[in-house]
Design a protein around this ligand. Structure first.
Ligand SMILES: NC(=O)c1ccc[n+]([C@@H]2O[C@H](COP(=O)([O-])OP(=O)(O)OC[C@H]3O[C@@H](n4cnc5c(N)ncnc54)[C@H](OP(=O)(O)O)[C@@H]3O)[C@@H](O)[C@H]2O)c1
Length: 323
């Protein structure tokens, strides 16, 4: 079978098309023929040698969608369409590959109203977003900020918070044309940081109240600015670093509002948290209350170009590989 494998973690040129044996279905795993794979910043972090505990050669791809071919039993009959996320593409071979043997507990049936390309970009972003909101104590009426409306985490948190009754579901972008695109897509609480500081935007939208919950995948200055926008007893969850792993914070941003900061690692979540998150996500997908956004698809063999487009092009929406 064809797969795009990182032969070494040396950057884009380390990714090569290889021919590998189709995986054997053992240990109760389910054989899935991949039809589409989501491209995520994690793939780039790994490919560029910046991720702990991974070994080359490694087929990349942390999420995907496909069709069950064997081993799914009555829960996932042969022919059913599934999407999944897990250790794939990080601690074992991943979804940049024509077939993957997937643990049953990682699988979720794709609702009929979602096609495979859209489904492939759902698992990482929406599971992370929903788990983060739950751990932060989200309920209807809260004010939420998730920077980067065009990014997968920013967009998924904003859509989920809005669908679940947030008083304000705010996001941001550094790019004026993305702010216009966001407005056209119905995201009305997006702070254009080319025109206004993040904290000023949050205070304007919330009439000075601030954000009860910040979910931040950007790091760097965005994180320190977002800390300054927290409401009394608010919390910021840091889970990524698209801009930078390092920043300087003003500790009074935490002290004065008695706010808190925590980290989130999706590889360390208990199965029950993931199952609960899938239940919420699937129901909102079926009702149309949340809608995945795909910016561009690339054929499997152009995985390096797809990653470059995600990281350097900073598109509005997901990048997906098709097979
Ligand atoms: N901890 C976990 O378990 C977990 C799970 C999922 C994801 N993550 C991590 O979370 C992070 C975000 O993931 P994602 O999928 O949302 O990324 P993404 O889709 O690539 O979006 C990132 C967005 O960040 C903004 N950005 C990039 N560079 C920036 C800079 N220098 N300054 C300010 N903004 C910048 C851009 O938005 P604008 O161009 O609009 O400004 C970009 O679209 C990644 O580091 C990812 O690995 C972690």
């Amino acid at each position: 079978m064809r797969a795009m494998r990182a032969e070494q973690f040396s950057g884009y040129e380390g990714l090569k098309l290889v021919d590998l044996p189709k995986p054997a279905v053992t240990d109760g795993k389910v054989l899935v023929r991949i039809t589409a794979a989501g491209v995520t910043p994690l793939d780039y972090t790994i490919l560029s040698g910046q991720f702990h505990g991974v070994k080359a050669p490694l087929v990349l791809g942390n999420e995907g969608a496909g069709v069950v071919e064997e081993g799914g039993g009555t829960d996932f009959p042969v022919g059913s369409r599934v999407m999944f996320f897990g250790a794939y593409g990080a601690f074992e071979d991943g979804t940049y590959s024509e077939w993957v043997a997937v643990r049953k507990e990682d699988l979720c049936l794709i609702p009929d109203n979602i096609d495979d390309v859209n489904a492939a970009g759902i698992p990482v972003a929406y599971l992370t977003a929903q788990v983060a909101l739950t751990l932060a104590g989200f309920r209807a009426g809260k004010t939420v900020l998730a920077p980067a409306i065009g990014g997968s985490i920013g967009n998924a948190v904003t859509q989920l918070a809005r669908a679940l009754g947030a008083k304000h579901a705010m996001s941001s972008t550094t790019n004026h044309s993305k702010a216009e695109q966001a407005k056209a897509l119905g995201f009305n609480e997006v702070i254009d940081t080319s025109l206004e500081k993040l904290g000023d935007g949050v205070r304007r939208i919330t009439d000075g109240y601030g954000a009860d919950i910040v979910i931040d995948g950007i790091g760097g200055e965005v994180l320190s600015e977002a800390l300054g926008a927290l409401a009394s007893e608010g919390s910021l969850t840091t889970l990524g670093y698209s801009a930078s792993r390092k920043t300087t914070i003003d500790v009074t941003s935490l002290i004065v509002p008695q706010a808190s900061i925590r980290g989130l690692n999706m590889f360390a979540q208990p199965q029950a948290a993931v199952t609960d998150a899938w239940n919420v996500i699937v129901s909102l997908l079926k009702s149309g209350a949340i809608k995945p956004i795909v910016a561009k698809t690339f054929p499997l063999t152009e995985a390096a170009e797809a990653l470059r487009y995600l990281v350097e092009g900073r598109p509005f929406g997901r990048v997906v590989l098709t097979f």
